[in-house]
Design a protein around this ligand. Structure first.
Ligand code: AMP
Ligand code: MG
Length: 484
């Protein structure tokens, strides 16, 4: 029956040098039960779950039954977690293999919450239902906002309890990624001082994500530059939609440029660059406005792991590294500026643009204005709540902004640009929590309604107004948890 689903597996990761992974099967679970299956994603991968029963799907998506051709493994990696270097690896995830879709695109199929591995470090190897559904909805929301991300194919309950702060229902998430190569994967090989494997990893990464670099004179440098560009784009995109990743450890930074490892992430309502939701981020290391600098810090760690390949001469390698990482600042500033121009419908380049942007942020901060709704207001003139509109400075700013837009050649283009870059609907924190609380009691209706909303983030819909509003004041203090 599994053959009918359409999986077409290869296992290139399994054939990499042995130190990179441990071959291990998922631990079977007691009573797998399908909670949600992403049919649209399945179809786009060329998979057809309608040919098997929900029970059979659950057997496969829990890891109880292995897909034909799968060589399951846990990947080894290291990482800087909140600045400290640690040995990690997939402690509760197992890569089943790489599925090739009809266009021969390669997708990692990974189960998260699939049991202990040699990298579990005292953890139980399991995941709870609520955090897995959280990853499901947030990763899909990020996808529909046109931001690169891993995706979520399914969540299956295991029929077993997991002990966190309280007893919770166990679950397994099926994650789809263009790969699970992390900055931490490179750090791991570098820590072994295994230059041959490091070269293999560079080649492998280029083959999977940057085939255009094969001819590069120095592949490590070329790879670094490309990863840096994709990471800059990614972080700028997060900031465009007010997303806070929450745990930007180097093991949670993907070489592909996809958002990965959704833990205590959340979207910011009212604008404050210092916003932190994560219960474990005591010093605000991963606050909204710190994401750009952390991106550079992580990339510096990536560069360090590539050090032996930059130049044989250590001094020269150091010089090269310094020049490469310094480029981040201008590249980021340019990308960010362009993103803000898009949000504000600015097409031509005018001297006043930068000041207009920073003035707006100051007023948003002072008035605790909702980030996404402020930009949507500039498009549609509707502002669900808040005092920004009564701020005399904002009234002047808005008049200036309108004058500024008249410098664009075509006002319709500005409107289209703003519509494309400013979401109406983000997964609002209180809506996510309500959906998860109901799902935990077996009622998926709120989750499914929220899912519908996040699939069309840029389309105005008067019937869904309540999803566009920030949390009421009573719900404002928001903490998110890793749920590990
Ligand atoms: P994360 O914060 O999800 O990126 O995970 C950080 C590290 O902790 C990774 O190596 C995970 O595999 C590991 N980890 C997280 N939760 C568990 C768990 N319940 N059991 C074992 N390992 C875990
Ligand atoms: Mg992680």
């Amino acid at each position: 029956m599994i053959e009918k689903l359409g999986f077409n597996f290869e296992n290139t990761y399994a054939s990499l040098p042995e130190i990179m992974a441990t071959k291990i099967s998922p631990t079977t679970v007691k009573k797998p039960e399908l909670v949600i299956l992403n049919q649209t994603l399945a179809n786009s991968l060329g998979l057809d779950f309608s040919k098997v029963s929900d029970n059979q799907s659950a057997e496969i998506l829990s890891g109880n039954k292995l897909i034909k051709g799968s060589i399951p493994l846990a990947q080894a990696y290291c990482g800087h977690q909140f600045g400290s270097f640690v040995m990690l690896g997939d402690g509760r995830a197992i890569l089943l293999g790489e599925h090739l879709d009809s266009k021969k695109q390669r997708w990692d199929i990974q189960l998260k919450g699939s049991g202990k591995t040699p990298y579990s470090r005292g953890g139980d190897g399991r995941a709870a239902l609520s955090p897995m559904l959280r990853e499901y909805i947030i990763s899909e929301a990020i996808h529909f906002m046109n931001i690169p991300t891993t995706r979520s194919l399914a969540v299956v309950k295991t029929g077993e309890d997991v002990l966190r702060e309280t007893l919770q229902q166990g679950a397994v998430l099926t994650r789809i990624a263009s790969s699970h190569l992390r900055v931490g994967t490179f750090q791991y090989i570098a820590s072994k001082q295994d230059i041959t494997t490091l070269k293999t990893l560079v080649n492998y990464s280029i083959e999977r994500h940057y085939p255009e670099l094969f001819q590069a004179q120095n592949k490590a440098i070329a790879l670094f530059n490309s990863v840096m560009k994709r990471q800059i784009k990614l972080i700028v995109n997060w900031m465009r939609v007010s997303f806070i990743h929450g745990v930007m450890n180097t093991d949670n930074m993907s070489i592909s440029g996809e958002s990965i490892d959704y833990g205590p992430c959340a979207f910011m309502d009212h604008y404050d660059a210092k916003t932190v939701f994560s219960s474990i981020d005591h010093y605000g290391r991963y606050a909204f406005g710190s994401q750009p600098i952390i991106g550079q810090w992580n990339l510096a760690r990536f560069l360090e792991s590539l050090f032996p390949l930059l130049d044989r001469n250590e001094k020269k390698a150091e010089k090269i590294a310094n020049v490469l990482i310094k480029k981040y600042e201008n590249l980021f500033a340019e990308e960010y500026h362009q993103m803000m121009k898009n949000k504000l419908g600015m097409i031509s380049d005018e001297d006043q643009d930068k000041n207009m942007m920073s003035d707006l942020f100051k007023m948003m901060h002072k008035n605790q204005a909702d980030y996404n709704n402020t930009f949507r207001y500039l498009i549609n003139g509707k502002f669900p709540q808040g005092k920004l509109l009564n701020d005399p400075d904002f009234i002047i700013w808005e008049a200036q902004w309108k004058k500024r837009l008249s410098k664009n050649q075509n006002s319709e283009d500005a409107y289209q640009l703003m519509m494309k870059h400013n979401p109406v609907f983000i997964p609002r924190n209180h809506k996510v929590e309500q959906a998860l609380a109901a799902a935990d009691k077996g009622d998926m209706s709120k989750f499914l309604s929220l899912y519908e909303v996040i699939t069309k983030p840029y389309v105005e819909n008067a019937d869904l107004e309540e999803y566009a509003k920030p949390a009421p004041a009573s719900d404002r203090v928001y903490k998110t948890y890793c749920g590990t």
